[in-house]
Write a protein that binds this ligand. Structure first.
Ligand SMILES: [Zn+2]
Length: 259
């Protein structure tokens, strides 16, 4: 039984010049099951330098992984502390956008949506975990259990947050194309993910303590440089860099549509 559909070329630039970078153990990951391969193969694209897994999960393998939800991904998890973290994310956005519709992609525990609502935004969410979507609908918040490319809304979004989301998508460019369609021309994206260009990432590597090589749910290890190039290629322009408090070694970037 094959768990992954292999990338035949770089998922960002489509070059076929890709080579194995390293193999990492994933058996200590909380979502790991003994029926899965015990290691993740990480590839590197020669021309663009992007680092990605050798393939993405089949629908069956994905269903197996999504049959379990981490405590931190449950709706309302750690709500009091998460509200503080979410508030600091929202305050980074306020200089650019003060009101309107805020869509959070992969809303997880919901803290960003709940807090955006407190700040006066209309919250909309998408998530791949049906249980979370039903619970959010039950709280009168518009939510969809769908891939971003399938989502269509009555009005354009003023903010779309992709908090630790793009690195989970087999083809991140497709996610960005959906955002370009759903975002108002004066809106912003808030994007967070680990930054493989950071010194902290290198320190974690040297100490053999980098959790991201064994992260079952990630297909990509972006650095700031490769992320910015991808954004520029898809009609976006990063306007503010920051570090993220959500996960280790993460960056948090505010992005506008290119005029
Ligand atoms: Zn490439």
């Amino acid at each position: 039984l094959s768990h992954r559909i292999l990338f035949e070329s770089c998922p960002l630039c489509a070059s076929k010049s890709i080579a194995l970078l390293k193999t990492a153990d994933c058996t200590r990951h909380p979502l790991y099951k003994p029926s899965m391969p015990p290691a993740i193969n990480w590839m590197r694209c020669t021309p663009c330098g992007h680092v990605f897994t050798d393939g993405y999960f089949t629908l069956e393998a994905q269903a197996e992984i999504f049959s379990h939800t981490n405590e931190s991904q449950k709706l309302g998890a750690d709500i009091e502390r998460q509200r503080q973290v979410a508030a600091r994310m929202i305050e980074k956005v306020l200089p650019y956008v003060r009101e309107g519709t805020w869509m959070d992609v992969g809303f997880g525990n919901g803290s960003l949506l709940f807090t955006a609502q407190e700040y006066g935004f209309t919250s909309v969410g998408t998530d791949l975990r049906a249980e979370n979507v039903e619970m959010l609908n039950g709280l009168n918040i518009e939510a969809y259990c769908a891939d971003l490319s399938q989502v269509s809304l009555k009005t354009k979004c003023n903010v779309i947050s992709l908090a630790d989301v793009l690195e989970h998508m087999p083809y991140p460019a497709q996610g960005l194309q959906a955002c370009a369609r759903l975002l108002d021309d004066n809106g912003v994206l808030l994007i967070s993910m680990p930054n493989a260009d950071s010194m902290l990432w290198r320190v974690l590597d040297v100490n053999n303590a980098n959790p991201y090589w064994g992260e079952l749910e990630h297909y990509h290890n972006f650095g700031r440089k490769r992320l910015y190039a991808l954004l520029m290629q898809h009609g976006f322009e990063p306007v503010q860099y920051g570090v993220s408090e959500r996960y280790r070694a993460c960056m948090e970037v505010i992005v506008k549509k290119k005029v």
